[in-house]
Write a protein that binds this ligand. Structure first.
Ligand code: SF4
Ligand code: SF4
Ligand code: SF4
Length: 253
């Protein structure tokens, strides 16, 4: 039986998620036997066929050309997975949306600005239907593999919609607030196994906001530790400036 044809694509991003996948070693071997990678710019020069089974897309949509390209990819692919915060929620590229587009172009391209078209940053699900999301900056590889297996088996995958704090508590970490440091775990979607906190860092909110954050609980924590709300909002803006299209909204398309 022919293996499913899988292709990787990238848009505006740092390519960190591709690199994670390219370097994933044994985990990759686990799925590699079951798929035929037909296009992956980071590791091969070949181009895939017109029809592919699974497109795995990294990066945000930031130009008219990118809009056309992602639409063509969508037409080619039976299943589309958006992976990494840039693709799933706009991520750090969304910070561009804090500024006027003309100001941005002039800042970046100077006198040649008129040659470079640009649009507000959008996540991939803001432009085309996406079947699976793998949030995170970069993606958390065990989750990426889980989603890829689900896609290949035709099974659903739902991004967890409870906070990173849940995983953090299960991992028995000492809370960052107790150490006098601000952490976005209480309002951020889980699924990374509290990766950053386990390694002595804070949560930066890279997986996007939970859809129903415990606002009262969060306010109580901020008051207890005398942290201004503005500080949290500014920190959230690092990854969360695009309008999030969640899987429920995607299903209606
Ligand atoms: S999600 Fe983060 S690591 Fe992945 S491509 Fe975007 S900026 Fe890079
Ligand atoms: S606030 Fe941060 S450190 Fe504290 S429990 Fe939540 S995720 Fe963990
Ligand atoms: S702990 Fe927060 S910042 Fe770190 S990977 Fe998880 S969601 Fe992203």
């Amino acid at each position: 039986m022919a293996k499913p044809k899988v292709a990787f694509f990238d848009f505006a991003c740092c390519e960190g998620c591709q690199l994670q996948v390219a370097n994933m070693g044994e985990l990759l071997f686990d799925v590699l036997g079951a798929i035929d990678v037909v296009e992956f710019r980071e590791v091969m020069s070949e181009k895939g066929p017109d029809k592919i089974d699974v497109a795995i897309v990294e990066g945000s949509i930031t130009t008219p050309h990118a809009v056309e390209k992602i639409k063509k990819i969508r037409e080619r692919a039976s299943v589309l997975i958006a992976y990494g915060s840039c693709a799933t929620i706009g991520g750090v590229n969304g910070m561009k949306n804090n500024f006027k587009l003309d100001d941005i172009r002039k800042e970046v391209y100077g006198k040649d600005a008129k040659y470079f078209e640009t649009i507000e940053t959008m996540s991939v699900p803001q432009v085309v239907k996406v079947d699976y999301l793998v949030n995170g900056c970069p993606v958390y590889l065990p989750e990426f593999v889980k989603v890829l297996k689900a896609a290949l088996a035709g099974l659903p995958y739902q991004v967890p919609d409870y906070s990173v704090c849940v995983e953090c508590k299960l991992n028995e970490n000492v809370c960052m607030y107790q150490k006098g440091v601000t952490c976005l775990g209480p309002v951020t979607k889980a699924g990374c196994n509290s990766w950053c906190i386990n390694n002595g860092n804070i949560c930066y909110g890279c997986r996007g906001m939970v859809s129903n954050p415990n606002e009262k609980g969060a306010k109580d924590v901020l008051e207890k530790y005398n942290i201004p709300m503005d500080l949290i909002v500014n920190k959230m803006n690092m990854y969360n400036k695009c309008r999030e299209i969640d899987q429920r909204e995607q299903k209606k398309r």
